[in-house]
Design a protein around this ligand. Structure first.
Ligand SMILES: [Zn+2]
Length: 489
């Protein structure tokens, strides 16, 4: 074909695409059906590999080679969205959350404000509340953490936890659930207690199973703080650590549905926040359990959808991918052995605390033999998991790095790349276990790879293209008949 002809054909093809896209965009603007009940699930850091890992793990538990589909994988619309921030290709949870909450891209670390941080951006949750919908915000990390915060707060920096918590107290929203507040009395502990402030604003504060079970609509607004909260970061425990008194994300979601269902309709955001944290630590065993916990919460929404199929919209996505997770590793070639993950007896957090405690008790006399004993108990090393001499050598080097005290220093370039600022022994043990299972990680941070979007219910088709993170709240707003014009108050 002559080059001229090629060009004409290419132009024709392009104009058809533009036309189709233009029509689709116009249609989606005018014809999205009204959604009375909207669920937005955000798996923080949850890329396609994270959900696929959980599916392949479930299959391998049954001795089969394939993947057992999660509930979210059964959704009729399965597409992708680009996660980039306004000023960086690889986003963070503050900018990623703001995009998903407000429909506007912003700068790194900014919560619910524009790029220069001189204007507030209002979220679909705030707009829904103004329009009379009931609103619920839930997460497995602290409720003032970046992702949930972008739905009710406006702060130039995600670390301004007290200011964020103060906005939560004054949000007028109906239901908060999951983790607690990181700095309820400020960084120095000298400010008015935010839990007390929440109660004086009318919130019923629920911190135990009995009040949780008995909570009813007349108790709204309700603030559920999980009975077991991490002292340092106010998050719920990792599922893999089996904290008996803990609620599950599914229970917290179920309770929100019971309390918020009614003639007003509702918007709720449910975050699986610890998928990201586990992925930051390259801990596949913990990632799997956190993904499954989010999927169980999704199941609660699907059960509700089955009762109200014409009025319900469920959207599941992520703010970004974390870890550069891959289902395959060089040393295993084409092999996987995912049930090996069961040898890990707890989260990185829990297991690294064993090493830390032991080290403190031994005060300088922490021998490699005692490390080997801990690794046998916590990861099955030398017992159900056989180590090659190369793997044993890696552990010895990690032990030396740990004892040198430099191993956890994220400013030492080589140590940071090897151990990600974690204790070198734990980081290496998990790397070995993950790699033997056939799992690879490329980073301790986020990546720029697009993330899945799964949608079920009214107006689901609007999401079927390769979309932008900001399209998600824009489409939700249209379905809920909300205005997302983000202007200063
Ligand atoms: Zn993260």
């Amino acid at each position: 074909m002559k080059p001229g002809k090629k060009l004409i054909l290419a132009l024709l093809f392009l104009s058809v695409i533009v036309l189709v896209n233009g029509q689709e965009r116009r249609e989606s603007k005018t014809t999205l059906p009204k959604a009375k009940y909207v669920f937005l699930f955000i798996g923080d850091g949850m890329g396609l590999a994270h959900t696929s890992l959980a599916e392949a793990y479930l299959a391998s538990k049954e001795g089969s080679v394939g993947m057992n589909k999660l509930v979210m994988s059964e959704f009729p619309v399965q597409s992708y969205q680009r996660t980039t921030a306004l000023n960086r290709f690889i986003t963070c949870s503050a900018a990623g959350g703001t995009a998903l909450a407000t429909g506007s891209k912003t700068t790194i670390n900014t919560i619910g404000m524009n790029g220069p941080r001189d204007k507030k951006l209002f979220s679909i949750a705030t707009r829904a509340h103004q329009m009379g919908y009931k609103v619920g915000i839930m997460t497995s990390v602290s409720i003032d953490h970046a992702t949930p915060a972008t739905f009710y707060a406006h702060q130039p920096d995600r670390n301004m936890y007290y200011e964020i918590g103060n906005e939560l107290v004054n949000s007028g929203f109906d239901y908060f659930g999951g983790g607690g507040l990181i700095n309820p009395t400020g960084k120095k502990g000298n400010k008015a207690d935010l839990y007390t402030a929440a109660v004086s604003k009318g919130f019923k504060l629920i911190r135990d199973k009995e009040s949780f079970n008995q909570a009813k609509k007349s108790d709204l607004p309700v603030f559920v703080v999980n009975p077991v909260i991490n002292e340092d970061n106010a998050s719920m425990p990792y599922v893999i650590d089996h904290a008996k008194a803990s609620f599950t994300l599914a229970q917290i979601t179920r309770k929100a549905i019971d309390l918020l269902e009614g003639p007003d309709g509702f918007f709720m955001m449910i975050e699986g926040g610890k998928i990201d944290w586990a992925a930051h630590s390259n801990d596949a065993a913990t990632v799997v359990k956190e993904v499954l916990a989010l999927d169980s919460a999704v199941m609660e929404a699907v059960k509700f959808y089955q009762k109200h199929p014409k009025e319900t919209l469920i959207v599941i996505t992520a703010d970004h991918e974390t870890g550069g997770l891959a289902l395959g590793w060089a040393g295993m070639k084409y092999e996987s052995n995912l049930t090996l993950l069961d040898q890990q007896k707890g989260s990185f957090d829990e297991l690294d605390s064993h090493i830390k405690q032991y080290k403190q008790r031994a005060a300088g006399n922490f021998s490699y033999d005692s490390v080997a004993l801990i690794l046998k108990k916590d990861y099955g090393f030398g017992e159900s998991v056989t180590l090659s001499s190369w793997e044993q050598e890696q552990l010895r080097r990690a032990y030396q790095a740990s004892m040198s005290g430099k191993g956890c220093n994220q400013f030492e370039e080589e140590y940071f790349i090897l151990f990600g600022g974690l204790d070198p022994i734990g980081a290496t043990a998990r790397r070995i276990l993950n790699q033997k299972a056939g799992i690879g990680w490329t980073t301790w941070s986020h990546t720029g790879i697009p993330v899945p979007v799964r949608v079920m219910g009214t107006s689901a088709d609007a999401y079927k293209d390769y979309i932008e993170n900001t399209d998600i709240p824009t489409f939700i707003a249209r379905s809920m008949r909300l205005s997302l014009e983000n202007i200063e108050k």
